[in-house]
Design a protein around this ligand. Structure first.
Ligand code: FES
Length: 108
């Protein structure tokens, strides 16, 4: 069974910028896309820079794929699949995210 962990009120999120939360011992980066009002959750750990930094990345569209651009080396990771657009050997885990009574909840 999936366990949903409440993280933050959706209204407290800044669109197109991430927040980081600890969920079951994992750092998760959560993003709210301004254009579609959609939420995304991916691992905060960047496999390229080997640092917990992806929540500080910005949402950008690359060839119609919604991505977070990592703050250090500028790789782009798909918010849908977690794949790195520049390096197919890299990817990050993607987590389920939803809103319940205004609270953003994540499973990880
Ligand atoms: S923080 Fe990962 S490539 Fe940049």
């Amino acid at each position: 069974m999936m366990t949903w962990t409440p993280i933050i009120a959706k209204e407290q999120l800044t669109p197109d910028a991430g927040v980081c939360a600890l969920v079951n011992g994992k750092q998760v980066a959560i993003f709210l896309d301004r254009k579609t009002d959609q939420l995304f959750a991916i691992d905060n750990y960047c496999p390229a820079s080997k640092a917990n930094v992806l929540s500080r990345g910005l949402i950008t569209s690359v060839k119609d794929v919604l991505t977070v651009s990592s703050p250090l080396y500028k790789e782009h990771f798909s918010l849908i699949t977690g794949e790195c657009l520049e390096n197919e050997t890299l990817s990050v885990p993607v987590y389920a995210v939803r809103v319940t009574d205004g609270m953003v909840e994540v499973t990880a």
